[in-house]
Design a protein around this ligand. Structure first.
Ligand code: MG
Length: 375
């Protein structure tokens, strides 16, 4: 059975601040919409993800997610969903609001399981707060549920529900329209993390919840290259004047290679040779900034945040101190980090060993990142 996900991201509200619609605003390191897109795209049961945006939001979507499938929504949410339903080819569909970014696979699994026995299923949470009417009368919480999205349906059923719904009336959600046809809609356990993010205070709270859910990972990298005559000496992405340069893989930037391996280590993604084999001629002479950018991109794709990089360069010559500021700035620029989060130290080995004899240069790096608990 084919399953589609529709993310409704057509709102134009800028209440969250920043002057852009909130679904494109940055939240926990990426545009809000990118969180639920990633959750659906990485779920093994979902075959197709379609995004519904507002007219004129094409460029913002491309900035946020690159080249993805989208259609333009209608004036109301109901019309936007109807446009989405007309554009999918599937038997099951999950309809989701981009304003609920922290969607877990567990909730998707619960919804899809409920569709085995129901035509529709929605996530809900019990009402914990005391409720009173505006007149001040207590309202019983019994039988009340806080409804979330995604809402899951058999495509045939939800299309019929939209077709039957009167044009001049708005629906509170898609489940209401399916119930209006006389079908029962299952309520599965929702997730507190799925709360709607609307106002600046919601953004701040979501940001805090997200960072509390991140776990620190630390990994190290080590690299050595041999000095050779007639080579340029690249260190931390900076060209250093010296009698010798380093030879080897790419531009042989021992510092960037060590940091690249440290970052790859934090996500257990192998080493620099796994991603850029020295035997592959396309990496000959290439600037190593490319390798480091790639590793940083992999960390970001896992939802990770780089907190700190500490580098030690080991050589007898050249003196690294005079280039310290330039190298830190270069590494910070490649990783898009403040310079204060990049540390550079240098040491000799007291003329002992291959570095002491000036035969080569070594570098050690330690990277500290924060990653979602699921990784
Ligand atoms: Mg190397």
């Amino acid at each position: 059975m084919k399953t589609a996900a529709i993310i409704v991201a057509a709102g134009s509200g800028t209440r969250a601040g920043g002057g852009i619609p909130k679904q494109f605003a940055m939240l926990a390191g990426k545009p809000m919409l990118a969180h639920s897109f990633a959750a659906f795209s990485s779920h093994p049961a979902i075959d197709e993800v379609l995004i519904v945006i507002g007219a004129g939001q094409e460029a913002m979507l491309a900035d946020a997610l690159g080249d993805v499938r989208f259609i333009i929504g209608g004036v109301t949410r109901r019309e936007s969903v109807a446009n989405g339903l007309a554009a999918i080819e599937a038997e099951r569909v999950l309809i989701h609001d981009a304003a609920r970014p922290f969607l877990s696979h567990v909730v998707i699994d619960r919804l899809l399981a409920a569709l085995d026995t129901h035509k529709g299923a929605i996530p809900g949470l019990p009402v914990a707060d005391t409720l009173v009417s505006t007149a001040g009368d207590a309202v019983s919480r019994e039988g009340l549920t806080r409804v979330q999205t995604p809402q899951a349906f058999l495509v045939e059923t939800i299309r019929a529900a939209h077709a039957a719904w009167p044009e001049d009336r708005e629906a509170t959600d898609d489940a209401q329209m399916v119930r209006a046809l006389g079908h029962g809609v299952a309520i599965v356990e929702g997730d507190a993390a799925l709360e709607k993010v609307t106002h600046p205070a919601d953004f701040a709270a979501a940001e805090m919840r997200h960072s509390a859910s991140l776990r620190v990972r630390t990994a190290q990298g080590f690299d050595v290259h041999r000095f050779a005559e007639g080579e340029e000496l690249w260190l931390g992405g900076v060209l250093i004047p010296h009698t010798h340069g380093l030879s080897g893989h790419s531009d042989a930037d021992v510092a960037l290679h060590a940091i690249t391996d440290a970052l790859l280590g934090t996500i257990g993604a192998g080493d620099i040779g796994t991603h850029f084999p020295p035997s592959d001629p396309q990496w000959r002479g290439v600037r190593s900034a490319r390798f480091l950018e790639h590793a940083a991109g992999l960390v970001a794709a896992e939802g990770g945040v780089i907190d700190f990089v500490d580098l030690t360069v080991i050589c007898e010559a050249p003196k690294v101190g005079p280039h310290r500021d330039a190298i830190r700035a270069s590494i910070a620029a490649i990783l898009k980090l403040p310079v204060a989060r990049v540390s550079l130290k240098a040491t000799t080995t007291e003329r002992l060993g291959f570095t002491g004899r000036g035969e080569g240069m070594a570098a050690q790096a330690i990277a500290t990142v924060r990653l979602p608990d699921t990784n």
